[in-house]
Design a protein. Structure first.
Length: 56
């Protein structure tokens, strides 16, 4: 098996012409990351609040 010399980028700019990337910097990706981050923050706050109420 032959190994390629391509390097996978983590974030691809919209104007770049490469297929080797994990995330693309566009509106769909930004919206998806914002939704996931909001869900995680709400989850962490819920865990903290439930810990406070259950330990009293």
């Amino acid at each position: 098996m032959k190994e390629g010399t391509e390097q996978t980028k983590f974030v691809k700019e919209e104007e770049e012409k490469t297929n080797q990337f994990i995330l693309q910097k566009n509106t769909k990706t930004k919206l998806g990351v914002a939704i996931i981050m909001a869900f995680l923050v709400i989850l962490i706050i819920g865990i903290i609040i439930s810990n406070v109420f259950l330990n009293n």
